[in-house]
Design a protein. Structure first.
Length: 242
Protein backbone atom coordinates (compact mmCIF):
# COMPACT_ATOMS: atom_id res chain seq x y z
CA UNK A 1 0.00 0.00 0.00
CA UNK A 2 1.45 3.45 -0.88
CA UNK A 3 2.54 5.55 2.08
CA UNK A 4 3.91 9.05 2.65
CA UNK A 5 6.12 11.06 4.99
CA UNK A 6 5.00 14.50 6.17
CA UNK A 7 7.54 16.81 7.83
CA UNK A 8 6.93 20.16 9.51
CA UNK A 9 9.50 22.98 9.34
CA UNK A 10 10.93 22.14 12.78
CA UNK A 11 11.36 18.46 11.97
CA UNK A 12 8.16 16.94 13.37
CA UNK A 13 7.60 13.89 11.19
CA UNK A 14 4.47 11.89 10.45
CA UNK A 15 4.26 8.50 8.76
CA UNK A 16 1.08 8.15 6.72
CA UNK A 17 0.43 4.46 6.22
CA UNK A 18 -2.86 4.77 4.34
CA UNK A 19 -3.13 7.58 1.78
CA UNK A 20 -6.65 6.60 0.71
CA UNK A 21 -8.15 8.66 3.54
CA UNK A 22 -7.54 12.01 5.22
CA UNK A 23 -4.63 12.07 7.68
CA UNK A 24 -5.19 13.84 11.01
CA UNK A 25 -2.35 15.24 13.13
CA UNK A 26 -1.68 18.06 15.61
CA UNK A 27 -1.73 20.61 12.77
CA UNK A 28 -5.16 19.58 11.48
CA UNK A 29 -5.72 17.16 8.61
CA UNK A 30 -4.30 16.62 5.13
CA UNK A 31 -6.82 15.48 2.56
CA UNK A 32 -6.52 12.13 0.82
CA UNK A 33 -6.36 14.01 -2.48
CA UNK A 34 -3.26 15.93 -1.37
CA UNK A 35 -1.64 12.80 0.03
CA UNK A 36 -1.41 11.42 -3.49
CA UNK A 37 1.37 13.95 -4.17
CA UNK A 38 4.87 12.40 -4.13
CA UNK A 39 6.85 15.58 -3.46
CA UNK A 40 6.55 19.26 -2.65
CA UNK A 41 4.28 20.75 0.00
CA UNK A 42 0.73 20.19 1.17
CA UNK A 43 -1.43 22.23 3.53
CA UNK A 44 -3.63 21.10 6.37
CA UNK A 45 -7.15 22.43 6.80
CA UNK A 46 -5.70 24.95 9.31
CA UNK A 47 -3.23 26.30 6.75
CA UNK A 48 -0.08 24.62 8.12
CA UNK A 49 2.33 23.70 5.32
CA UNK A 50 4.04 20.29 5.47
CA UNK A 51 6.69 18.78 3.21
CA UNK A 52 5.60 15.51 1.60
CA UNK A 53 7.57 12.68 0.01
CA UNK A 54 7.61 8.93 -0.44
CA UNK A 55 9.24 7.08 2.47
CA UNK A 56 12.64 5.46 2.13
CA UNK A 57 13.63 2.19 3.79
CA UNK A 58 14.68 3.89 7.02
CA UNK A 59 11.30 5.64 7.35
CA UNK A 60 9.40 2.36 7.07
CA UNK A 61 11.96 0.51 9.20
CA UNK A 62 11.29 2.85 12.13
CA UNK A 63 7.66 1.68 12.10
CA UNK A 64 8.35 -2.05 12.52
CA UNK A 65 6.67 -3.89 15.37
CA UNK A 66 8.86 -4.24 18.45
CA UNK A 67 8.23 -7.05 20.91
CA UNK A 68 11.75 -8.14 21.88
CA UNK A 69 14.23 -5.33 22.54
CA UNK A 70 15.90 -4.39 19.27
CA UNK A 71 19.56 -3.61 18.56
CA UNK A 72 19.93 0.17 18.30
CA UNK A 73 20.69 1.79 14.96
CA UNK A 74 23.96 3.18 16.31
CA UNK A 75 25.12 -0.39 16.97
CA UNK A 76 23.85 -1.79 13.69
CA UNK A 77 25.64 1.02 11.88
CA UNK A 78 28.95 0.11 13.52
CA UNK A 79 28.52 -3.55 12.58
CA UNK A 80 27.98 -2.60 8.94
CA UNK A 81 30.94 -0.20 8.95
CA UNK A 82 33.38 -2.55 10.69
CA UNK A 83 32.54 -5.63 8.62
CA UNK A 84 32.18 -3.89 5.26
CA UNK A 85 28.80 -5.51 4.60
CA UNK A 86 27.77 -4.92 0.97
CA UNK A 87 25.48 -6.08 -1.82
CA UNK A 88 27.55 -9.25 -2.33
CA UNK A 89 27.56 -10.31 1.33
CA UNK A 90 25.88 -13.40 2.78
CA UNK A 91 24.94 -13.05 6.46
CA UNK A 92 23.45 -15.11 9.28
CA UNK A 93 21.68 -13.43 12.21
CA UNK A 94 20.79 -15.31 15.38
CA UNK A 95 18.43 -14.31 18.13
CA UNK A 96 16.37 -12.35 15.63
CA UNK A 97 13.97 -11.07 18.31
CA UNK A 98 11.84 -8.47 16.53
CA UNK A 99 13.92 -8.67 13.35
CA UNK A 100 15.57 -5.25 13.46
CA UNK A 101 19.09 -6.55 12.80
CA UNK A 102 18.27 -9.07 10.07
CA UNK A 103 15.99 -6.61 8.27
CA UNK A 104 18.58 -3.84 8.30
CA UNK A 105 21.28 -6.21 7.08
CA UNK A 106 18.99 -7.51 4.34
CA UNK A 107 18.47 -3.99 3.01
CA UNK A 108 22.20 -4.01 2.16
CA UNK A 109 23.35 -7.62 1.84
CA UNK A 110 22.71 -10.12 -0.94
CA UNK A 111 21.12 -12.67 1.39
CA UNK A 112 20.39 -13.02 5.11
CA UNK A 113 19.32 -16.07 7.10
CA UNK A 114 17.77 -15.35 10.49
CA UNK A 115 17.36 -17.82 13.36
CA UNK A 116 14.78 -17.33 16.12
CA UNK A 117 13.87 -20.11 18.56
CA UNK A 118 10.76 -18.53 20.11
CA UNK A 119 7.61 -18.99 18.08
CA UNK A 120 6.07 -15.68 19.21
CA UNK A 121 9.15 -13.69 18.20
CA UNK A 122 9.41 -15.70 14.99
CA UNK A 123 5.94 -14.50 13.99
CA UNK A 124 6.85 -10.88 14.78
CA UNK A 125 9.96 -11.11 12.58
CA UNK A 126 7.96 -12.69 9.77
CA UNK A 127 5.43 -9.86 9.84
CA UNK A 128 8.17 -7.20 9.93
CA UNK A 129 9.89 -8.78 6.93
CA UNK A 130 6.60 -8.67 5.03
CA UNK A 131 5.95 -5.09 6.18
CA UNK A 132 9.32 -3.99 4.79
CA UNK A 133 8.87 -5.97 1.59
CA UNK A 134 12.21 -7.76 1.93
CA UNK A 135 12.63 -10.78 -0.35
CA UNK A 136 16.19 -11.85 0.52
CA UNK A 137 15.67 -13.10 4.09
CA UNK A 138 15.26 -16.78 4.99
CA UNK A 139 13.67 -17.01 8.44
CA UNK A 140 14.15 -20.17 10.50
CA UNK A 141 12.28 -21.09 13.68
CA UNK A 142 15.25 -22.99 15.11
CA UNK A 143 17.94 -23.20 17.79
CA UNK A 144 21.29 -21.92 16.53
CA UNK A 145 22.99 -23.45 19.58
CA UNK A 146 22.45 -26.76 17.76
CA UNK A 147 24.12 -25.66 14.54
CA UNK A 148 24.19 -23.38 11.48
CA UNK A 149 23.08 -24.86 8.17
CA UNK A 150 24.61 -22.14 5.99
CA UNK A 151 28.21 -22.33 4.73
CA UNK A 152 30.75 -19.90 3.29
CA UNK A 153 29.06 -16.85 4.79
CA UNK A 154 30.63 -13.42 5.26
CA UNK A 155 29.06 -12.43 8.56
CA UNK A 156 27.42 -14.03 11.59
CA UNK A 157 25.72 -11.71 14.10
CA UNK A 158 24.61 -12.91 17.53
CA UNK A 159 22.19 -11.37 20.02
CA UNK A 160 21.95 -14.29 22.44
CA UNK A 161 22.18 -15.02 26.18
CA UNK A 162 25.14 -17.40 25.64
CA UNK A 163 26.88 -16.40 22.40
CA UNK A 164 29.98 -18.49 23.16
CA UNK A 165 27.91 -21.59 22.46
CA UNK A 166 27.74 -20.62 18.79
CA UNK A 167 31.47 -20.15 18.16
CA UNK A 168 32.01 -23.74 16.96
CA UNK A 169 29.07 -23.50 14.57
CA UNK A 170 30.15 -20.08 13.35
CA UNK A 171 33.62 -21.42 12.61
CA UNK A 172 32.12 -23.99 10.25
CA UNK A 173 29.74 -21.49 8.63
CA UNK A 174 32.08 -18.55 8.01
CA UNK A 175 34.46 -18.23 5.12
CA UNK A 176 38.09 -17.53 5.91
CA UNK A 177 38.28 -13.86 6.91
CA UNK A 178 34.56 -13.71 7.69
CA UNK A 179 33.30 -11.78 10.71
CA UNK A 180 31.63 -13.03 13.89
CA UNK A 181 29.94 -10.25 15.87
CA UNK A 182 28.28 -10.62 19.26
CA UNK A 183 25.98 -8.03 20.82
CA UNK A 184 25.72 -8.42 24.60
CA UNK A 185 24.07 -6.04 27.08
CA UNK A 186 26.10 -7.18 30.10
CA UNK A 187 29.81 -7.41 30.96
CA UNK A 188 29.79 -11.12 31.99
CA UNK A 189 28.23 -12.14 28.65
CA UNK A 190 30.75 -10.09 26.72
CA UNK A 191 33.71 -11.36 28.77
CA UNK A 192 32.72 -15.02 28.48
CA UNK A 193 32.37 -14.67 24.71
CA UNK A 194 35.71 -12.90 24.24
CA UNK A 195 37.57 -15.27 26.58
CA UNK A 196 36.14 -18.21 24.62
CA UNK A 197 37.56 -16.64 21.46
CA UNK A 198 40.97 -16.21 23.09
CA UNK A 199 41.09 -19.92 23.83
CA UNK A 200 40.81 -20.81 20.13
CA UNK A 201 43.16 -20.65 17.16
CA UNK A 202 40.50 -20.27 14.45
CA UNK A 203 39.35 -16.79 15.49
CA UNK A 204 41.11 -13.51 16.17
CA UNK A 205 39.38 -11.11 18.53
CA UNK A 206 39.54 -7.74 16.76
CA UNK A 207 37.97 -5.51 19.40
CA UNK A 208 35.09 -4.95 21.80
CA UNK A 209 33.41 -1.57 21.84
CA UNK A 210 30.30 0.29 22.94
CA UNK A 211 28.81 3.37 21.31
CA UNK A 212 27.45 6.30 23.31
CA UNK A 213 25.17 8.64 21.34
CA UNK A 214 24.66 12.26 22.38
CA UNK A 215 22.47 14.64 20.39
CA UNK A 216 23.01 18.39 20.22
CA UNK A 217 20.58 21.30 20.26
CA UNK A 218 21.42 23.97 17.68
CA UNK A 219 19.32 27.15 17.58
CA UNK A 220 21.33 30.14 16.35
CA UNK A 221 23.84 30.87 19.17
CA UNK A 222 22.22 28.38 21.51
CA UNK A 223 24.41 25.33 20.89
CA UNK A 224 24.69 22.65 23.56
CA UNK A 225 24.35 18.91 24.13
CA UNK A 226 20.87 17.64 24.84
CA UNK A 227 20.08 16.79 28.45
CA UNK A 228 19.16 13.23 27.52
CA UNK A 229 21.33 10.85 25.55
CA UNK A 230 21.44 7.23 24.43
CA UNK A 231 23.98 5.73 26.79
CA UNK A 232 24.80 2.06 27.12
CA UNK A 233 22.82 -0.33 24.96
CA UNK A 234 25.25 -3.19 24.45
CA UNK A 235 28.82 -4.31 23.93
CA UNK A 236 29.85 -5.26 20.40
CA UNK A 237 32.61 -7.84 20.12
CA UNK A 238 34.17 -8.36 16.69
CA UNK A 239 36.16 -11.44 15.64
CA UNK A 240 37.47 -12.78 12.34
CA UNK A 241 37.65 -16.36 11.15
CA UNK A 242 41.24 -17.31 10.30
Amino acid sequence: MPSRILIADKGRKFFVKDISKDYHCQFGFVSAKDLKRKSGKVSTNTGKELHIFEPSFIDVYRKIRRDAQIVAQKDIGLIIAETGLNSKSIAVDAGAGSGAMCCFLANIAKKVTAYEIREDFFQVVRKNIEFLGLKNITLKNGDIYKGIDEKNVDLVTLDLPEPWKVIDHASKALKNGGFLVSYSPSVPQMADFVNALHARDDFVHVKTIEIIERSWEVAERKVRPMSRMIGHTGYLSFARRV
